[in-house]
Design a protein around this ligand. Structure first.
Ligand SMILES: [Zn+2]
Length: 79
């Protein structure tokens, strides 16, 4: 799902954006720019991916907490 999504990685030298699947970015450290040949270091992108995944997990957690609160409230109102 998330691993198959493509992200655009802009070249710091010429600005040319290369699209790669998330799984590819995770598995590689450098991406050679197709236009100018600069090796784009993927460390920053990996950092962003981690943040994005944490955010996704937080959303899931918030959702299950909301469900829990609803259930708890329901129990209190209708014992
Ligand atoms: Zn480039």
């Amino acid at each position: 799902m998330f691993d198959n999504e493509e992200i655009g990685i802009p070249c710091p030298e010429c600005g040319h954006e290369t699209s790669k699947p998330v799984a590819w970015v995770k598995a590689n450290d450098e991406l050679p720019c197709r236009r100018c040949g600069t090796a784009i270091v993927l460390e920053n992108e990996k950092h962003l991916l981690t943040i994005e995944q944490v955010a996704q997990n937080m959303t899931k957690l918030r959702r299950s907490l909301a469900k829990f609160h609803r259930n708890a409230r329901g129990t209190r109102w209708h014992p």
